[in-house]
Design a protein around this ligand. Structure first.
Ligand code: DGY
Length: 434
């Protein structure tokens, strides 16, 4: 295990670019929002200054309305499409003048990441001082979400693009692609020059992705216009669970810091409303898990994915609901011939164990589910989640995602996508030290 941990440290140090980390070479040459947060958790175990710098750089790219972009383009790189000239963040009047970025966001992990840094720190006083210097920016990011992304005032925020979900090409989105018919764009993909196309989204999927961005750009990334016009408008259980988890972390941290009663009260209000709404609107008692709600077409997208279990991470389900969720996890994802936890229902005909978010196991989701299971008292299953996560990395290396079928792992070639992938390394370090 010592070697594994040392190799993970090497991966993180190699992907460190002076003030932020890339997820991996070639495929992802910039800073990504949720990657950045999860990477900081890994650094916190052996190099706290880097963990802090990572977060500081991310927050330095925040827009004046509180928005944090999903990619910050620190450098010019032609190994990635679509780059800064396509995204054109400058169209938004409040975008950063210092950094080019995308005009979309990603699951807001920063709040809970700050609490993880505090948990891991050996010098709590110094870490608290750092947290004090950045926490208001994270609060402002939450304020952005609740004021700009919740048109019906439900305490649930929407995402307007599949890339905002983090689960980019999940089969869940197929239901939405069926409602759209975008033009066939001409563009040069770069991802498929680095990674086997069989493991990446299709050309037609990219047409959809670009089309949604075109509509947002035509409206200068104005949130109200996007809510009105975007063909993709979804309340995502993972995104909202992460936001609620981060709310709670901000409440806890502000309580330790003291003198922030107003902010704590506001966070508690968001927390109460969000928890009630996610439980009443996104929990589907028929399936026994949380699902996505398509706000544009006003319907539930009834599919079971790893995101369906993420509310456990934020301690949102009641005991009965949590029991039911775990039954579903065991029944659909927990066969002994499968590693936990496939990103999409292995019993569905849309399941594809090699293709990005259509089936493979992801370390970030496993890490969240591990904590969710443990916090809710499902200790045996939590142990299996942790063991499986360590084992797939041990057998294959620090890949971006992994085949869920155990038989595929016999030759050490069941890791897919990017190699020497930062969050796989970062969260492995955290699991090994848990
Ligand atoms: C990609 O390029 O596939 C990224 O995941 C988008 O965020």
């Amino acid at each position: 295990m010592k070697d594994l941990q040392n190799n993970a440290i090497k991966v993180l140090n190699n992907n460190w670019k002076d003030k932020f980390s890339i997820p991996c070479e070639k495929l992802y040459p910039f800073q990504w929002f949720w990657d950045s947060g999860l990477i900081a958790i890994g650094f916190a175990h052996f190099d706290m200054p880097k963990a802090e710098k990572e977060i500081e750089t991310l927050l330095d790219a925040q827009w004046s309305n509180g928005f944090i972009p999903h990619i910050i383009f620190h450098t010019e790189s032609d190994s990635y499409f679509p780059g800064p000239d396509f995204h054109r963040s400058d169209l938004h009047p409040q975008s950063s003048k210092k950094y080019k970025s995308t005009g979309m966001t990603q699951p807001p992990v920063t709040g809970f990441v700050l609490q993880d840094l505090y948990r891991i720190s050996k010098d709590k006083k110094a870490t608290l001082k750092f947290i004090e210097s950045v926490i208001d920016k994270v609060y402002k990011n939450h304020e952005y979400f609740y004021s700009q992304r919740d048109p019906k005032n439900e305490g649930l925020v929407y995402i307007y693009h599949n890339w905002e979900s983090g689960t980019d090409n999940s089969p869940i989105w197929d239901d939405i692609w069926d409602t759209m018919n975008p033009p066939e764009y001409t563009f040069e993909r770069r991802d498929t020059t680095h990674v086997d196309a069989a493991q990446r989204p299709s050309k037609r999927e990219y047409d959809h992705y670009l089309h949604i961005i075109e509509i947002a750009k035509q409206n200068n990334y104005n949130d109200q216009k996007i809510a009105e016009l975007s063909p993709f408008l979804v309340q995502d259980p993972l995104f909202n669970a992460v936001l609620l988890k981060s709310n709670q972390s901000l409440i806890d941290l502000y309580s330790i810091i003291g003198n922030n009663e107003d902010k704590i009260k506001q966070l508690q209000k968001w927390q109460k409303k969000g928890t009630e709404s996610i439980n009443s609107k996104l929990y589907d008692s028929e399936l026994g898990v949380y699902v996505h709600y398509d706000l544009r077409n006003e319907k539930l997208l009834k599919h079971v994915s790893s995101s369906s279990f993420s509310p456990l991470f934020a301690n949102l389900p009641s005991k009965d609901v949590a029991n039911k969720m775990v039954d579903v996890m065991m029944e659909k994802f927990g066969n002994p011939d499968q590693y936990l936890c496939a990103s999409f229902d292995p019993t569905s005909e849309r399941f594809n164990p090699k293709k990005y978010w259509r089936g493979p196991v992801w370390v970030n989701l496993n890490w969240m589910l591990y904590h969710g299971l443990k916090q809710n008292g499902f200790n045996d299953l939590a142990k299996r989640m942790k063991k499986d996560t360590i084992e797939i990395i041990e057998k294959n290396g620090f890949y971006e995602y992994f085949d869920s079928r155990k038989e595929e792992h016999n030759n050490g070639k069941a890791g897919y996508g990017g190699h020497n992938f930062s969050w796989s390394a970062a969260l492995l370090i955290d699991l090994l030290n848990d």
